[in-house]
Design a protein around this ligand. Structure first.
Ligand code: SOE
Length: 388
């Protein structure tokens, strides 16, 4: 029988829900499970919020004191689902207590802050992961498999976008996501980093960037109450507060392997809800993905016969990555929840194997350095090396 790992989850909001679902469901999908996650204790800011989230998400206990919780000898895994400014202190304390740690993305507010977490992870030698879950979409993992198998040859170009519209309305509240001291940056860190993760996962390391970074809405109504409502209109009498983060970024990319590319990310694109896409062109074909149709991968192989050349649509299913654990025939549908269930499976598998999954804190650190380079290039307009 697989061993049981006790999980302490810090933060019971949107991400807490997604991770709790994964802990509950992972063994139902992936059996035999690498280990059984036990939802032991949930930490949130107030006793009532913590108790309510623990009851809702199936945790045995609740607490408001993450410091004492991460040091508890009966805790194996610390799962960080809090805003960005608390990732580093929680992770470092948990690593110093010898725990395995999974943190929501981005790993930290800056590359320097991420480095302190990476160094703590190296000292601890435990397993770490950053929750860039979209690469766990089976169609995205299939794209990587095609690339690794040489099906589209040497990669020439990567085009990635992440367009959302939940913050396009100026009356949507100034939550923590619009405050640099808490979030680190705006669109760049929040959603641009997901595309950076795709770019590194599918093409390789990014060497330099040349970016434009813009803010469109400079003041928003200050959020009333603690919950991050992601765009829900604020109270009309709420006072306005200044915004000091970016709304949009567009960057060119140079990869270390010679490929080139671009990323566009904005949360102000009316009509685009979660439009996370990439298109990759290689010397032997092309691959295109759109998260709003996440069960599909479009592929074109240049050596197809002339009368059938063109993009075909592959519906992911049992023959594809993670397919054995998911649903028994293609096109039954996978969703956001499945990406988190797969992420949980990969994290627990790595803990049991004593290895580092990808994206680990090392990857999270690299992504934070690339985000820093994009923000710096956005100020100077110059090509900016990412550096190691
Ligand atoms: C808001 O832009 C957000 O919740 C991001 O923070 C998540 O990473 C993304 O998956 C969904 O949108």
């Amino acid at each position: 029988m697989a061993s049981t790992f006790n999980v302490a989850m810090i933060g019971g909001g949107f991400m807490g829900k997604a991770h709790a679902l994964a802990y509950a469901a992972m063994p139902m999908f992936f059996w035999p499970a690498p280990a059984i996650p036990r939802r032991k204790i949930l930490v949130d800011v107030g006793p009532e919020a913590a108790a309510e989230a623990a009851a809702r998400y199936g945790f045995e206990e609740s607490s408001t004191d993450w410091r004492s919780v991460v040091a508890r000898p009966d805790i194996d895994i610390v799962d960080i689902c809090t805003p960005n400014d608390s990732h580093a202190p929680i992770a470092i304390a948990a690593l110093e207590a010898g725990k395995h740690v999974i943190s929501e993305k981005p790993l930290a507010r800056t590359g320097d802050e991420a480095l302190t977490m990476l160094e703590a992870a190296r000292r601890a030698g435990t397993t770490t992961m950053v929750a860039f879950n979209y690469r766990r979409t089976p169609a995205v993992a299939l794209a990587r498999k095609y690339i690794e198998d040489g099906r589209i040859g040497r990669i020439l170009n990567f085009r990635g976008t992440y367009l959302q519209d939940w913050s396009a309305d100026p009356s949507s509240p100034r939550s923590w996501r619009f405050q640099k001291d808490i979030a680190g940056s705006g669109t760049v860190g929040d959603i641009g980093t997901h595309v950076i993760d795709f770019a590194r996962y599918l093409v390789g390391e990014i060497a330099s960037v040349n970016a434009m970074v813009h803010n469109y809405i400079s003041r928003r109504p200050i959020q009333q109450g603690g919950l991050d409502k992601l765009g829900t209109a604020a109270r009309s009498d709420a006072p306005l507060g200044d915004i000091d983060v970016d709304d949009e970024m567009i960057t060119l990319l140079r990869f270390e392997n010679g490929a080139v590319g671009s990323i566009e990310a904005t949360r102000n694109a009316f009509g685009r809800s979660n439009y996370l896409t990439f298109e990759i062109h290689g010397e032997g074909g092309s691959i295109a993905f759109d998260y709003e149709r996440m069960g599909e991968l479009k592929v074109m192989f240049a050596d197809d016969p002339p009368d059938s050349k063109g993009f075909r649509t592959v519906h992911t299913g049992p023959a594809h990555p993670y397919g054995a654990g998911l649903w028994p025939i293609p096109a039954l549908g996978t969703g956001y929840g499945e990406t988190k269930i797969i992420e949980c499976f990969d994290f627990l598998s790595a803990i049991v194997a004593g290895t580092q999954p990808s994206p680990s804190f090392e990857d999270g650190y690299r992504i934070s350095r690339i985000a820093d380079a994009i923000l710096a290039s956005g100020k100077t307009g110059a090509w900016t090396d990412v550096g190691r």
